[in-house]
Design a protein around this ligand. Structure first.
Ligand code: NI
Length: 149
């Protein structure tokens, strides 16, 4: 992530922001429910979330990101297991780890931990999701943490 030179990187900066009372009240309710005891930490997390979204949406999509992909599929679907394995091998270097759970007689849950270019992760996700017999696929987009403080 690009370094911003206009603020000292390691210092905590105090900023004052103006908000409508109703908006702040709604925010405080949410963060209290989520267990935050510190409004500043909740706002920092919100900003980090936005930065991760930006990392993932860069036009070049060259940024190195991390994520987890969960897929649920019916392993009885003809040729599906072989196809899923082929697709994963086609995306060599991207998959850090996988976890397989036999949910019931028909359904498997697979969780893939991914790290690499956002565009490649999205391509892998789409390839797996679009297979017949894959019932659900959800990608959790996170960060390697390098661009965040
Ligand atoms: Ni299974």
């Amino acid at each position: 992530m690009a370094k911003h030179t206009h603020e000292p990187a390691d210092e905590l900066i105090r900023v004052g922001i103006s908000l409508p009372g109703e908006l702040l009240g709604a925010f405080d309710d949410i963060i209290a429910r989520q267990g935050y005891t510190n409004r500043s930490e909740a706002i920092r997390d919100l900003i980090r979330e936005r930065l991760v979204t930006e990392e993932w949406s860069k036009p070049s999509a060259k940024a190195n990101v991390a994520g987890t992909l969960s897929i649920v599929y019916d392993h009885h679907q003809r040729d599906l297991v072989g196809k899923l394995i082929d697709i994963q091998h086609d995306h060599e270097g991207l998959i850090v780890s996988t976890l397989h759970v036999h949910l019931d007689h028909d359904n498997c849950l697979e969780v893939l931990v991914l790290r690499g270019a956002a565009s490649r992760i999205e391509s892998l996700t789409n390839a797996l999701r679009s297979q017949r017999g894959v019932k659900h696929a959800t990608l959790s987009m996170t960060s390697t943490g390098k661009g965040l403080r």
